[in-house]
Ligand binder design. Structure first.
Ligand code: C5P
Length: 206
């Protein structure tokens, strides 16, 4: 069984994905980390993010055993990931690994931007998680502060809006709900309430 979770930056889909996976004993893949890892390798090698060919080559040869690297988590890497993720050859190169992950027994939760639409179009459950940009910025701000990172709320909000804009309007695999996705707006839900609501939606589909 596959639970596909999509949604914009800082919508809470990662936390939800993790909790749902724990609840059902499923494997969990935060697919944003793949794009972040590609960006990280390019930056480490001083290759400009505009270099599509190099980005595609990095994606084709990506070592996926280091996705827990804490350096992938920062806001700058999210922005860089958003740039390289717009290149079709990069997306193509990362597809097989994601699809393979989806076959894990007894089930898998994948979260990202195009899981329900492109990566796992046949997923049994598809959730689209949204929240108002201001609320997403507030959460991201708290998260960064708790990790000791310097962060201005206004700058985070601007970053989120820019990333939404880029992810929703790109020609390849734009962020949008699959036709058969269930949408959950978490603007007024805390993490526990969001988890209960998501669990309810999953149980109804199972
Ligand atoms: O989810 P996260 O913020 O880690 O994703 C970083 C960037 O990677 C996103 O802004 C998006 O552009 C890209 N991404 C994507 N497709 C996915 C997951 C992430 O294009 N399935």
């Amino acid at each position: 069984m596959i639970i596909a979770i999509d949604g914009p930056a800082a919508s809470g889909k990662g936390t939800l994905g993790k909790r749902l996976a724990e609840h059902f004993g499923f494997a969990h893949l935060d697919t944003g980390l793949l794009y972040r890892a590609v960006a990280r390798v390019l930056l480490d090698r001083n290759v400009p993010l505009e270099d599509r060919e190099a980005a595609a080559e990095v994606a084709r040869t990506l070592d996926v055993s280091h996705l827990d690297d804490s350096r992938l988590r920062g806001a700058a890497m999210g922005e860089a990931a958003s740039m390289v993720s717009a290149y079709q050859p990069v997306r193509d190169a990362l597809l097989a690994f994601q699809r393979q992950f989806g076959t894990r027994a007894p089930g898998a939760v994948l979260d990202g931007r195009d899981i329900g639409t492109v990566v796992c179009p046949d997923a049994e459950v598809k959730l689209f998680i949204t929240a108002a940009p201001e609320e997403r910025a507030r959460r991201r701000h708290l998260e960064l502060q708790s990790r000791g990172e310097q962060a201005e709320y206004e700058a985070i909000l601007a970053d989120i809006r820019r990333r939404d804009e880029r992810d929703m309007n790109r020609s390849t695999a734009p962020l949008k709900p699959a036709e058969d996705a269930l949408t959950l707006d978490t603007t007024h839900l805390d993490a526990d309430a969001a988890f209960r609501a998501a669990l309810d939606l999953v149980e109804r589909k199972r």
